[in-house]
Design a protein around this ligand. Structure first.
Ligand code: S3P
Ligand code: PEP
Length: 428
């Protein structure tokens, strides 16, 4: 249990947010199946990405990690070895689902488990297409939940229409498609983050994108690359919102990834009237990045739905807090994916923000928030439920709360942002 700092008079300063989680995972994974050496700078040392390193070491890949510098000695597409131990993905859905895509094409047996939260997250969305490609996967509820057992091998290309806009589903199929003879396509209802597509090209491979359909023609052998990981916009989001809602604030976030499939939070802040500038926009290899400055702002409510949802899916908990400080009614819909994240984020966001006096209610596929409300708490205990994004959102909520608040399970933040509390306190 951790007492949270409340009633903060101002947040000022500059932060270098740590490396992007999605890109860090992919750099290790593509590095492992490429030929030759991959170097990764600004790798995210969060627990999720460390789980990815641990799994690939068990698959025989030599990975040296020195802080945020990582060197991966690639084994080639056919070079991973049958693991003698269970592959434990910890809390990381991305590790589980992308790894399944790679294991599907490997001619050996492996077992995959994760923590209590992973055991509740649907894996059928990837095991179903991978089985269609020819992989043998079994597990709890016919391979829909961990623990999973995988026997991979030669795969057939497929054309797959995904019912969800999920980069994890798309990436798993593309990674499996790398090994097949022929063209595999994935079509999604809205565009999800495209880091896999960009990184496959950086590793010398080729992927075709036509509107909402992505195609890969295999077999393709990737070549190791040198990668700089931009700062994670999903981590920056907590300070973007903090800067907008805490009085007398001005926060600059350096080197933030600005991939357009991830910048929904910036669109929402702009639409709500946030005072924000983006400077020094540049490209680092295949990913754009820049420096963002945000100041205390007068905010108005907005609607968040449709194609915008996958562009800000992980930011919805902190956007819900933002909406409590905007004049009017904010509606978030088409976001039922929130129910299958580390927690049911519709339930956890609504339950915890209500404890602080927010006017927020859950709907079938999102939430409705009436602002602006003054948050108050008398000896209130809020809970991250072990969900990193809920823990960080609550710490920012406490900044604008009058009273006393303690956070249960604060250690969850280490999943994606181990230095979160240090960074927050450095601005006070
Ligand atoms: O591919 C990725 O790196 C991610 C994709 C998203 O999940 P879905 O693919 O389930 O939408 C996101 O929520 C997750 O944090 C990271
Ligand atoms: C949903 C998330 O991650 P993952 O799916 O990798 O567990 C997240 O980081 O918010």
């Amino acid at each position: 249990m951790q007492p949270l700092r409340t009633n903060i008079s101002s947040l000022r300063g500059t932060i270098n947010v740590p490396g992007d989680k999605s890109i860090s995972h992919r750099a290790v994974m593509l590095g492992a199946i490429a030929n030759g050496t991959t170097t990764i700078a600004n790798f995210l040392q969060g627990e999720d990405c460390l789980s990815t390193i641990d799994c690939f070491r068990k698959l025989g890949v030599s990975i040296e990690q020195n802080g945020s510098d990582v060197v991966v000695e690639g084994k080639g597409l056919k070079g991973l070895k049958e693991p003698s131990d269970i592959l434990n993905v910890g809390n990381s859905g991305t590790t589980a689902r992308l790894l399944l895509g790679i294991l599907a094409g490997c001619p050996f047996h492996s077992c995959l488990i994760g923590d209590e939260s992973i055991a509740k997250r649907p894996m059928g969305r990837v095991t179903k297409p991978l089985k269609m490609m020819g992989a043998h996967i079994d597990g709890r509820e016919h391979g829909n939940y961990t623990p999973l057992s995988i026997r991979g091998g030669e795969l057939q290309p497929i054309h797959y229409e995904s019912s969800v806009a999920s980069a994890q589903v798309k990436s798993a199929i593309l990674l499996a498609g790398l090994t097949t003879n022929g063209t595999t396509t994935v079509t999604e209802p809205h565009r999800s983050r495209d880091h896999t597509e960009r990184m496959i090209r950086l590793f010398g491979g080729s992927v075709t994108v036509d509107d909402l359909t992505v195609s890969i023609t295999g077999p393709q052998q990737l070549i190791g690359a040198n990668i700089y990981v931009p700062g994670d916009i999903s981590s920056a989001a907590f300070f973007l919102v903090a800067g907008a809602i805490v009085p007398n604030s001005e926060i600059t976030l350096k080197n933030v990834g600005l991939n357009p499939t991830r910048t929904g939070i910036i669109d929402v802040l702009q639409k709500m009237g946030a005072e924000m500038t983006i400077e020094n926009i540049r490209n680092e290899q295949t990913e754009p990045l820049g420096d963002i400055t945000i100041r205390t702002s007068n905010l108005t409510a907005t609607e968040i739905s449709g194609a915008l949802i996958p562009r800000l899916i992980d930011e919805i908990p902190i956007i819900a807090l933002l909406a409590t400080q905007a004049e009017g009614t904010t509606v978030i819909k088409d976001a039922s994916e929130l129910k299958v994240k580390e927690t049911n984020r519709i339930d956890t966001v609504v339950t915890e923000l209500r404890k602080l006096g927010a006017d927020i209610k859950a709907t079938a596929d999102g939430m409705v928030i009436h602002g602006k409300s003054a948050l108050k708490a008398k000896d209130v205990v809020v809970d991250s439920y072990g969900d990193h994004r809920i823990g960080m959102m609550l710490a920012i909520a406490a900044c604008i709360t009058q009273g006393t608040v303690c956070l249960k399970r604060p250690e969850a933040v280490a999943v994606s942002y181990p230095s979160f509390f240090d960074h927050l306190h450095s601005l006070m």
